[in-house]
Ligand binder design. Structure first.
Ligand SMILES: NC(=O)c1ccc[n+]([C@@H]2O[C@H](COP(=O)([O-])OP(=O)(O)OC[C@H]3O[C@@H](n4cnc5c(N)ncnc54)[C@H](O)[C@@H]3O)[C@@H](O)[C@H]2O)c1
Length: 496
């Protein structure tokens, strides 16, 4: 007979934290959010930690090299999506590793024969007002000029006007050699009263742009996540099929950690993948596995040698696995059970295996709850998809800016052809949707705001570290009416 759970599975919104005693030292600026990324033995330090408990989801619409850099600057880690060719994924890893703070690879480029309409379309899409004009319209092409909003007047000019007729040409531009340091670039910017300095190589091809406003930001990122060579750290998603080609290429490119990306991790495929990594690289290559939603799944992956275990099936905003296959579990319940299994495993073996709560985070406080319930860090998709740095298009819908966001189980993501579901492709079904999320600005501003709430709540619980929160947190279930009580109620909201 089938096994029946006695309690329903629950979501984060059904829980709240009860404050504990906070001493006078317990203030947000004293909170450390540093957390272990990979397993370690009792009494030892983990080989890899992250400075904030946030990683970005292994998704085409979330984690590319640009988002990875922005998140590493704040202390978190991105897992670059694996639903692309091995070469492309490895190149994204290389880009993060090569990244020099303050040196921007232009994402808004046109050729001289393109039009004002093209310029406006590009600035709308990227949100950047400086457009490089290169011979081939690509970022590494021969630099011919720059277009900014000072070069055109939309009300007076025809949309067909060619870029070459209104751009600021190279002979009127200040530019410098690619070897210029950030400090030197900044001095040139001030000396010439310009906003942007293009850096070119000896063939006059555009390599970087340096912006005046970026200098202060890049001088100091106290929390940034860097490796021993001071390069930003970056993770990569892998799958259980082509790992023999993908893993060596990603490691060669410089990936700091890997994570097997699957909706369902309690499977022999994951063990075979971890076995391959251990046989070929021993313990020095770190690999997370998942996703699981119960103690059995956790133990299987921990025993298979996973460095961390990812928890969550069907809780993602774009995920419809529960509707399509009837597989999944409320995220809070899944996490609570896996955290308990992790603690038991630690007691038994002396090995602490970090767990990552993946999916189901809707409000910032859900992050605090996930940590209090035993997660060491959380993986977020929708959250990061809303920011400037995510890879997707920003679109205007009815006067509001939105960003595209689609699931890895959607037809849109699967189109790159990793999927071989066996037999006729038409028979496969989708486990994710294609959607839009409200555009929310920069990653830095949002992450800082979110984490200030996490730190504040931790202080309310009398905790200055994540392990302390896990030990001290008092968590209560809430009734449906107390959820209503928790929002604004019995008032007429203004500015709505
Ligand atoms: N977390 C979630 O709730 C959730 C839900 C749906 C989809 N997703 C995402 O969608 C993407 C796809 O997930 P998925 O579970 O469909 O991918 P998957 O590749 O893990 O599994 C797809 C199918 O292929 C089979 N398979 C795996 N390795 C194989 C091998 N070597 N040979 C033969 N068959 C093999 C699996 O058993 C499964 O039936 C991932 O990015 C995943 O994270 C996540």
């Amino acid at each position: 007979m089938a096994y029946f759970y006695e309690e329903p599975s629950r979501t984060f919104s059904e829980y709240l934290l009860i404050p504990g005693y906070s001493s006078a030292e317990c203030i947000p600026s004293c909170v450390s959010l540093k957390t272990s990324l990979v397993k370690y033995r009792k009494g030892e330090e983990p080989a890899l930690s992250i400075n904030i408990p946030m990683v970005s989801a292994i998704m085409q619409s979330v984690s590319d090299d640009r988002l990875a850099v922005a998140l590493a600057q704040e202390g978190g880690l991105s897992f670059i999506y694996g639903s692309q060719t091995v070469e492309n994924q490895a190149e994204m890893i290389r880009k993060v590793k090569r990244y020099r703070a303050g040196f921007v690879v232009s994402d808004s480029n046109v050729s001289p024969d393109m039009t004002l309409k093209d310029v406006l379309d590009i600035t709308e899409k990227t949100g950047h007002s400086t457009v490089a004009v290169t011979e081939n319209g690509q970022s590494g092409g021969k630099l011919l000029g720059i277009v900014t909003n000072k070069d055109y007047r939309v009300s007076r000019m025809s949309m067909d006007t060619k870029v070459k007729d209104f751009m600021t040409t190279l002979d009127h531009l200040v530019y410098a050699d690619e070897s210029t340091t950030l400090k030197e670039a900044n001095d040139i910017i001030w000396e010439h009263k310009i906003n942007c300095l293009p850096l070119v190589n000896k063939n006059q091809e555009l390599v970087y742009l340096v912006f005046r406003k970026d200098y202060d930001t890049h001088k100091k990122n106290e929390n940034e996540l860097i490796d021993q060579s001071k390069r930003y750290m970056v993770g990569a998603g892998i799958n259980t099929r082509d790992y023999k080609e993908r893993v060596p290429a990603l490691l060669e490119a410089g990936a700091d950690a890997l994570c097997i990306d699957s909706s369902e991790g309690f499977s022999e495929w994951q063990k075979l993948t971890i076995d391959y990594i251990r046989e070929n690289y021993g313990d020095r290559v770190k690999v997370g596995a998942g996703n699981v939603v119960d103690a059995d799944g956790f133990r299987f992956l921990a025993e298979a040698g996973a460095d961390f275990v990812k928890v969550g099936i069907g809780g993602g905003a774009i995920c419809i696995t529960r509707e399509q296959k009837g597989i999944g579990r409320g995220q809070a319940t899944a996490l609570i059970e896996v955290a308990k299994a992790r603690d038991e495993y630690y007691k038994e073996t002396g090995i602490y295996v970090p767990i990552c709560s993946d999916g189901g985070i809707v409000h910032d406080y859900h992050i605090t709850l996930a940590l209090a319930m035993g997660a060491d860090f959380v993986m977020l998709g929708r959250y990061f998809a809303r920011f400037d740095e995510s890879p997707t298009k920003r679109v205007n819908v009815g006067g509001s800016y939105m960003k595209e966001y689609w699931g890895e189980g959607s037809a849109r993501a699967r189109n790159w052809q990793r999927y071989d579901m066996g037999g006729d492709k038409k028979l496969s079904f989708e486990e994710g949707v294609d959607s839009l999320v409200p555009y929310a600005g920069s990653l830095k501003d949002n992450v800082n705001l979110t984490l200030s709430k996490v730190r504040g709540a931790m202080c309310n619980c009398g905790a200055l570290t994540i392990p302390e929160l896990q030990e001290k947190a008092k968590i209560t279930l809430v009734s449906a009416t107390s959820i209503v009580e928790g929002g604004a109620h019995d008032v007429t909201l203004r500015n709505k």
